[in-house]
Design a protein around this ligand. Structure first.
Ligand code: ATR
Length: 307
């Protein structure tokens, strides 16, 4: 079964298989890789539990959470387009997730009350450590596509980690002013000394973008440019220099034009598989209150993404 609908949930846990305890909601949801990540992890711990996909219509997220809890589900991942509606449908929201404007992980307490988290940001910190062997907080960062959901989550994480420089770049510059304002408030509130007055915003077509990239150590692509194999790089990739670390949140295709060109320029590169892995591992940790079996999850993703 590729996915269930809400109406099918009622009878889901009497079918003789392991009970469905965890799920991802989205629309469409059939192509979500979350089950390939989480089921091997549950199996590795011999948990008698299934991880399923549930297709939910926009406007139905709160109802879905209620019905899923009633059906026996105890942890939920949220994917597009429901991350904002999920935030609005929680009883409690983690403060960082509030600033990110998106919730991708739901944890239930013993009364069924739900708390929303966003593991994309903290997952990114782990991904950078794994791929490049450095701490995100030690880097000068530029985010290409900071107006989108992933870009905003990563930008928030950069502030939480106290990066010494954060440049937000986006095709639509108007989206960036409110994000900068929110992040600046967060930096002041948390009395962070690093990036507070060093959050800059820039349009993708601004002639100063080349200089902004040159001044950065970590370049992160969070635009959707690269999802199609014929896509160009989201900015002129000959601007990449050997000192750069280049992270593309896209993992399919495994090597976007940006990553291929960056390698030719002599830069170190990584794709979004490590973010997929670590955001999932963090959800798993929230639900089961224990370390996630990373190798099982890694193998699961490898199997799901191999051609
Ligand atoms: P999300 O679900 O993450 O919000 P999205 O709305 O598709 O995804 O936006 C992802 C990012 O890709 C945005 O920063 C978007 O730029 P705009 O805010 O200007 O729309 C960016 N993006 C999408 N197509 C693009 C393109 N052709 N060139 C540059 N940026 C693009």
């Amino acid at each position: 079964m590729k996915y269930f609908t809400l109406d099918q949930l009622v009878s889901i846990n009497g079918d003789g298989e392991n009970p469905a305890r965890y799920a991802v909601i989205g629309n469409p949801v059939a192509h979500s890789l979350s089950p390939q990540l989480h089921q091997p992890a549950l199996d590795a711990l011999s948990a008698k539990a299934r991880y399923i996909r549930v297709e939910v219509e926009p406007g139905q997220v709160s109802t879905a959470f209620d019905k899923m809890y009633a059906a026996g589900i105890r942890g939920i991942n949220v994917t597009v387009p429901h991350k904002l509606e999920a935030l609005e449908s929680c009883h409690t929201v983690n403060p960082a997730a509030k600033i990110m404007g998106a919730v991708n992980t739901i944890v239930f307490d013993s009364n069924g009350l739900r708390t929303g988290f966003n593991t994309d940001g903290p997952g990114f910190t782990r991904a950078i450590r794994e791929d490049f062997g450095v701490d995100l907080g030690d880097l000068k960062v530029i985010i290409i596509g900071a107006g989108g959901g992933a870009g905003r989550a990563i930008a928030t994480q950069c502030i939480a980690e106290n990066c010494s420089q954060l440049i937000l770049a986006n095709r639509t510059i108007e989206k960036l002013a409110p994000i900068k304002k929110e992040l600046t408030t967060m930096a002041h509130r948390d009395a962070l000394e690093g990036p507070r007055d060093r959050i800059e915003i820039i349009a993708l077509d601004d002639p100063d973008l080349e200089e902004a990239i040159a001044a950065s150590e970590l370049i992160v692509n969070t635009t959707s440019v690269g999802l199609k194999s014929i896509d160009p790089s989201p900015f002129p990739s000959h601007w990449v220099e050997p000192h750069h670390l280049v992270y593309d949140t896209i993992y399919n295709p495994a090597k976007t034009r940006l990553l291929r060109d960056s390698e030719i320029q002599g830069a170190r590169t990584a794709n979004g598989l490590s973010l997929l892995l670590h955001q999932g591992a963090l959800s798993f940790e929230y639900w089961l209150n224990r370390d996630a079996p990373l190798e099982a999850m890694r193998n699961g993703i490898k199997n799901a993404t191999k051609d």
